[in-house]
Design a protein around this ligand. Structure first.
Ligand SMILES: [Zn+2]
Length: 268
């Protein structure tokens, strides 16, 4: 599932279409992404408008169109955005195509867990649901005290599970949560209530660092994260801890329904 850095990468793909008018909107009305808003309403709502901006928030994207139209998009498990030439032949999984004069902006979703919303606001303000999202882990509003307060609400929750909570860690998913625990040298099973204030602050610090580094590497061209991170080793059978002094076999196991990977030596 795309996490915050991958979502930024996909969002950026449509930048080519900024400033371009949407001449036609092509949809698959039966696709699940239209469960909250009918495809016909999206076609009516966007045709003739110009794409003027885009931004991401965790796993969500918001596209602004002229005249106060805002399209929210969540990629779900397998959604992706890409741009194609006008003669591009539509594929079965291309559930939304915004046709501009020189290109097609395409939302493709193989497993159809993505989600789409459309709001038309009179005042030009972002929709209320967007404004109500918690601070991004990459921005200054994600403060130490905001973070501490949240963590203390869930003393029984394992650290890994807590890091997946989108109310405090928007855009953090499975690989980033494992990465953060590994960089902290804390077992993913550690109950939040067992963390000292210093450790909670360390979680905050590493969350910010992993978020920013991931965006810096992945956003421009889906670059490869450093081999000194857990990420490049966690799925490999026979994967070992990348710390030079360690090289212990990594462990993979289920933790509250999510496959979790850790180093049994560094994260004791
Ligand atoms: Zn290790």
């Amino acid at each position: 599932m795309p996490e915050l850095a991958e979502v930024e990468f996909f969002c950026k793909q449509w930048d080519l279409g900024l400033g371009g008018e949407i001449g036609e909107v092509l949809t698959h009305p039966a696709a699940r992404i239209y469960r909250d808003i009918p495809a016909a309403a999206v076609e009516r709502g966007l045709t003739g408008r110009t794409l003027v901006g885009s931004e991401t928030h965790g796993k969500q994207m918001l596209f602004e169109f002229s005249g106060g139209a805002w399209m929210g998009l969540h990629l779900g498990m397998t959604g992706r955005l890409y741009v194609a030439a006008l003669d591009h032949e539509e594929e079965k999984r291309d559930h939304l195509i915004l046709v501009q004069r020189e290109r097609k902006l395409i939302f493709s979703d193989y497993r159809m867990f993505g989600k789409l919303t459309l709001d038309i606001t009179d005042d030009g303000e972002r929709p209320g649901w967007w404004q109500a999202l918690p601070p991004r882990t990459t921005e200054s509003g994600f403060t130490k005290s905001h973070h501490r307060t949240f963590v203390k609400r869930f003393p029984k929750t394992p650290l890994k599970t807590l890091l997946l909570d989108q109310r405090c860690y928007p855009g953090i998913g499975n690989w980033m949560a494992d990465e953060i625990c590994w960089q902290l040298r804390l077992p993913p099973q550690t109950r939040s209530g067992e963390l000292s204030d210093e450790e909670i602050d360390a979680v905050w610090k590493v969350t910010r660092k992993v978020s920013r580094d991931a965006v810096r590497v992945i956003r421009p061209d889906w670059g490869r994260l450093p081999d000194s991170w857990l990420m490049n080793h966690r799925w490999k059978d026979g994967g070992v801890c990348p710390r030079k002094e360690c090289r212990t076999d990594l462990v993979r196991a289920d933790l509250r329904g999510r496959t979790t990977c850790w180093c049994p030596v560094c994260q004791k």
